[in-house]
Each structure stands twice: as structure tokens, then as C-alpha cells.
Design a protein around this ligand. Structure first.
Ligand SMILES: Nc1ncnc2c1ncn2[C@@H]1O[C@H](COP(=O)(O)OP(=O)(O)OP(=O)(O)O)[C@@H](O)[C@H]1O
Length: 311
């Protein structure tokens, strides 16, 4: 069964097409990754699913029901964790969650019980009386999540939930996503962190310039680039390395240099490792480690869009 089904969704801002005839299906139990660079159209799509923005064309169904014709049903079954924190600094954590759960239709003792449950779930049970102005960035993100899940929606959309937080909170949030999923929630997860998407998503759609350009499991997406190989070379210093010169070596397609790591993507059918090493040695570059890397989603993204996700 499809928890979310989008057909030909289109959004224009004047003449600019931000979302261009997107169609996608999210099945029950999936953690669906929505990957795209800045401005690709992710938030615009999410805002249309949330009913905050009107589409110019196309349809959105949640659990088989058109969201425009079944607004209350859609609201009850959907939880949105927005990219920009949607919490009130002058309300306590409890009051924040209670307020949002109330908007989603919970009332009375059920409202209080579900509020407590959601706070405990994100690890803020002991902080229910505190106001978020005293919280760390990670705690605010967790409160933001509690606000979206207290009414126990079937579909949760998380827009960049781990931006700018410490690793411990990040792990906590990723574990919460897994737990919510095990409890039966279907999740749409957008992130700039490719490793996160690779780690937790069961299916991934890559969006670029408002269009879905690839979709599938990690393995399916990686199979798009089986003709590429990547080598990661750790050097003492990359100071004298000119990526343009490495790019001239036979078979080399892309080169990226970050701190003391050189990443070189080549045509898999050409054995050019010797040539690469000879080149580095001839430039007196001290090699500390070398690793042939399996193609990852970063490579897939780069190959399909010509850009790094975080450009
Ligand atoms: N209200 C608006 N008016 C005009 N253009 C808009 C509006 N909202 C978004 N856009 C444009 O639509 C495109 C898609 O934006 P969107 O916010 O959906 O991208 P995104 O993939 O979510 O990126 P980010 O990760 O930066 O949030 C961008 O070029 C953006 O400038």
C-alpha cells in the first residue's frame, strides 16, 4: 500500500518551475530519502504535501486519499519536522508539544499522555518543564521532532533534522528515526548528509532542478555507476597538487582535493593506479595511505548531477 502517492506535481513561482511534474510513491514501512542540492525543490515539494503551498498541477494522496479533498484526514496522518525549528522559546517543552499535538486534533487526557510519550521518546522527559531557550541545538531539534510525532502520524516527513548539531544528538535522532520506523511509521527523510541517507534509507529519490532524476534502493542507484572506480589517497600535504594535472592522467574523470585527501574517480576499465602514483611521486608528494573505494551515493550524485551535494 502506498502511504504517499504523488502524480505530476508541479509548482511555478511566476515563470520559474521549482517542481516539475514530480511523480513518486512511498510504500508503507519505507524510510524514503529525498536527496537534492540547495534549491533542487525539496522544501517546495514538502510544503505542498503539508498543504502549506498550493500546487499548479498534479495530485497528492496520503493513504489513498487526495489531500485537498480530505484535509483533516491528511493532517491527522502526517507529521512534519520542518527544517527551520518550529518551537516557541517562551513555552515549556511540554507546552510546545501539547500545542502542536492539539493542532493535530488530540484532546483532553489523551493529549497530555501522548505529549508525555513523545517527550520521553526523544529523550526530553526530564526536561518537560524547561523552556527551549536553555536547550542545546540538538535538544531543540529533538523537541521539534516531538512536536511532529505526538499525534502518532502514519507518515513523518523530516526536512534536514540533523543540521548543525553535535554527533551525540545526531545519533540519537537517527536511532529515533529507526525506532519510529520499527513502530510502523513510514518516513521521508531529506538530508544534505549523504552518509546518513545511505545509512538509514531503504529507498532514495534524487531530485535536481525540480525533477526526479533517479530513484531506487542504494544498490540500484550504485549500479548506475558500476563503470566507475574511486581511489582515496591520503598524503602528508596536498600543497603542490594541481587537480587539473591529475585530471590529465589516462582514465581520470573527476578529482577532488580536501585537506590532505585526494579523491580520484576513474573509468573502471582503465588501470591507471600506477600512473597516478608515478605522478604524485614525481611531484615529491608523500603518500601516507591509499584505499580503493566502493562507489557510494556521493559518487552517484556527482555523476548524475555534475555537482557535489554540498556545493
Ligand atoms: N516563494 C518562492 N518564490 C520564488 N521562488 C521560490 C519560492 N520558494 C522557493 N523558490 C525557489 O524554488 C527553488 C526550489 O526551492 P526549495 O526551497 O524547494 O529547494 P530545496 O531543495 O528545499 O533547497 P534547500 O535545501 O536549500 O531548502 C529555488 O530555486 C528557490 O529559490
Amino acid at each position: 500500500m502506498n502511504v504517499l502517492e504523488i502524480r505530476n506535481l508541479t509548482k511555478k513561482f511566476d515563470d520559474f518551475i521549482a517542481v516539475d511534474r514530480i511523480s513518486l510513491q512511498v510504500k508503507k514501512g519505507e524510510i524514503f530519502g529525498f536527496l537534492g542540492a540547495n534549491g533542487a525543490g525539496k522544501s517546495t515539494t514538502i510544503n505542498m504535501i503539508a498543504g502549506l503551498l498550493r500546487s499548479n498541477d498534479g495530485t497528492i494522496e496520503i493513504l489513498g486519499k487526495n489531500i485537498m479533498k480530505n484535509k483533516r484526514f491528511a493532517k491527522m496522518n502526517l507529521g512534519i519536522v520542518p527544517q527551520d525549528l518550529a518551537i516557541y522559546e517562551d513555552l515549556t517543552a511540554f507546552e510546545n508539544v501539547r500545542f502542536f499535538a492539539g493542532l493535530y486534533g488530540l484532546r483532553g487526557s489523551e493529549l497530555d499522555a501522548k505529549t508525555r510519550e513523545a517527550l520521553a521518546f526523544v529523550g526530553l522527559g526530564d526536561h518537560h518543564k524547561s523552556t527551549p531557550d536553555k536547550f542545546s541545538g540538538g535538544m531543540k531539534r529533538r523537541l521539534n521532532i516531538a512536536c511532529a510525532i505526538a499525534h502518532q502520524p502514519k507518515l513523518i516527513i523530516m526536512d534536514e533534522p540533523t543540521v548543525g548539531i553535535d554527533p551525540q544528538s545526531r545519533n540519537y535522532i537517527l536511532n529515533s528515526v529507526r525506532k519510529l520506523n520499527e513502530m510502523g511509521c513510514t518516513i521521508i527523510y531529506t538530508s544534505h548528509y549523504m552518509e546518513e541517507v545511505e545509512e538509514i534509507c531503504t529507498k532514495i529519490a534524487i531530485i535536481d532542478h525540480g525533477k526526479i532524476i533517479a530513484e531506487g534502493s542504494k544498490e540500484q542507484l550504485k549500479s548506475i555507476i558500476t563503470d566507475k572506480k574511486e581511489v582515496r589517497i591520503e598524503v602528508k600535504t596536498t600543497e603542490p597538487v594541481d587537480p587539473a594535472e591529475i585530471r590529465k592522467i589516462k582514465g581520470v574523470e573527476t578529482v577532488s582535493v580536501q585537506e590532505n585527501i585526494i579523491r580520484i574517480q576513474s573509468d573502471a576499465s582503465i588501470n591507471n593506479l600506477n600512473l597516478i602514483l608515478e605522478f604524485l611521486i614525481s611531484r615529491h608528494i608523500e603518500i601516507k595511505a591509499l584505499q580503493e573505494k566502493e562507489p557510494n551515493l556521493e559518487t552517484v550524485f556527482l555523476t548524475l548531477t555534475g555537482r557535489n551535494l554540498r556545493d
